[in-house]
Design a protein around this ligand. Structure first.
Ligand code: N01
Length: 483
């Protein structure tokens, strides 16, 4: 069986960043296992019309690889994908990527991981790093009759570009971050657009603008200027997260801002009332858009707030018995967050099963990275390290720096690096205590919460706090011995 020092699962931002930092540390014996035939993760999968980052690109990019070529403040998906491809090429990562390598499981014994690819034991690795992301397992809603729909149906993360929407009667289920980006784009093209909203999102304006050739040339010439803009965005978004990290009461100014935006863009009081959220801002992910609300002013766009009771071959039936005819159904219903990692079977020391442990106790990892009982396993974007207000790339870089320190220990001959259970428990209970008083637990349903209503997704503090905690691996928190 093939042997390697580090196996990385996934070639999105996390996997690519890990590869780059390994190479820069002089560790070249690693592979990146990618189930698809291209890199890019969520930016490869999501290609729906209008798909773009909702975090400014100067910040949503690697700190060590600024891109003076962004053409918009909030870059579209294809530019982000191009950026990732360029980084993979530029830093020599491409030859390490194995495409079509779907990791189905991994088990630890005798100091190393045996990794199953496409169902077979394929390689052994001293360290296993998962960079599978939280948002790639599309969630198809459990709606009666969905399978009977006679038209064309697809999920927003698997957009069917062969299906021309011109002149179609399109139904969109869901009004989250994805839907609010493509609804304004497809509205002018389709004959009729019916948007089914279960919960109204909080929306604030998106300060997007084009970045012209002159400005791009200035950034290419003076990278310090771009770094200064990046830092300014970082601070602005941290300030926006004040209410998330400190007290929900501090969310009030944002709520006023969002209400003003709605008031300004929607003049019909009835429509405005239906678009007004009934939960505290920040509880679900806050959305940015300056063109979502205006789409509802179009004659061919309807907002339906009645519950969906079933899908028929010709449309969607709501709880009041009305059938809304359509020939195209777009499911903008989000992702199964817990499913990204647990679709693999990961077996640690003494046969410990990660899925079983997490099912029993909730997803948990020290700093979201290491799990007791699973030596030499490192999670990127693991439990409680996702953000609702700033750049995940910032978090990923902090995690990669931490993991690199652990891998260096292994590289230097330490047989195994395993977090002590008491250290993990202390970290997890501190995070859970902190979460109790946050806006995410204020009563709304969101993908941040697991089936028990526990937030195992979000980092509930400032991002610089996370950076600070992960800057130096404390060997005292780890059992560094034979695995
Ligand atoms: O998914 P979502 P998304 N019947 O889970 C509704 C990231 N992202 O793909 O709110 C009817 O937010 C559901 O309703 P409710 C970002 O982190 C980032 O839009 O549960 N409706 C909701 O309206 C984001 O948070 C970027 O009541 C049903 C919608 O479907 C995450 O991806 C861009 C339903 C799902 O919204 C997911 O966003 C885009 C049902 N049975 C996305 N089931 C960036 O720019 C679900 N819904 C970085």
């Amino acid at each position: 069986m093939e042997q390697t020092e580090v196996a990385i699962i996934g070639s999105g931002f996390s996997g690519i960043c890990m590869g780059i930092k390994l190479k820069q540390a002089g560790i070249h014996d690693f592979v990146i296992l990618e189930k698809d035939d291209d890199l890019g993760g969520t930016w490869r999968d999501n290609t729906y019309p209008g798909c773009a980052c909702d975090i400014p690109s100067y910040l949503y990019s690697f700190s060590f690889a600024p891109n003076p070529g962004w053409t918009r403040m909030f870059a579209p998906w294809d530019e982000i994908l191009g950026y990732l491809r360029d980084c993979a090429e530029r830093y020599g990562i491409t030859p390490h990527i194995r495409y079509g390598a779907d990791v189905t499981g991994a088990s630890f014994s005798d100091g190393s991981w045996t990794v199953q690819v496409n169902g077979d034991d394929a390689l052994t690795a001293r360290a296993l790093v998962t960079g599978v992301g939280a948002l790639h397992d599309a969630r198809v809603p459990d709606l009666p009759g969905l399978g009977s729909f006679a038209g064309t149906a697809f999920h927003s993360a698997n957009w069917d570009h062969t299906h021309d929407l011109t002149g179609r009667r399109v139904a969109v289920i869901g009004t989250g971050a994805s839907a609010i980006q493509f609804v304004p784009r497809i509205a002018p093209q389709v004959e009729r657009l019916t948007v089914f909203q279960r919960t109204a999102p909080w929306v604030t304006p998106k300060p997007d603008r084009a970045i012209g050739p002159r400005e791009r040339a200035v950034h290419a010439r003076f990278p310090a200027g771009q770094r200064a803009i990046r830092n300014a965005f970082y601070l602005a978004l941290e300030l926006r997260g004040l209410g998330l990290a400190l007290s929900p009461k501090l969310m009030k100014p944002l709520e006023v801002h969002a209400r003003r935006h709605l008031h300004k863009q929607v003049t019909d009081p009835g429509l405005r009332a239906r678009l007004t959220p009934d939960y505290q801002i920040g509880c679900k992910r806050m959305l940015f858009s300056s063109d979502y609300y205006p789409a509802f002013a179009r004659d061919n766009v309807d907002l339906v707030t009645q519950r969906i009771s079933r899908v028929t071959p010709g449309g969607v039936v709501t709880a009041d018995g009305t059938e809304h005819p359509c020939d195209t159904l777009v499911l903008a219903t989000g992702f199964r967050v817990a499913g990204s990692l647990t679709r693999m079977r990961i077996t640690g020391r003494d046969g410990a099963d990660l899925n079983e442990e997490w099912k029993r106790d909730g997803n948990a990892a020290h700093l979201g990275i290491t799990v007791a009982g699973f030596p030499n396993l490192f999670l990127l974007v693991g439990p409680n390290t996702t953000l609702g207000h700033s750049s995940m790339v910032f978090m990923i870089e902090a995690q990669v720096r931490y993991v690199l320190q652990a891998i260096r220990l292994l590289h230097a001959g330490t047989p195994a690096v395993e977090v002590r259970p008491d250290v993990q428990d202390r970290f997890v209970s501190a995070i859970r205590d902190k979460l109790d008083s946050t806006v995410w637990q204020s009563g709304c349903a969101s993908w941040y919460l697991d089936e028990r209503g526990r937030n195992t997704t979000i980092w509930p503090r400032f991002t610089f706090d996370y950076w600070w905690r992960t800057r130096q691996l404390d060997a005292g928190e780890y059992a560094v011995g034979p695995g």
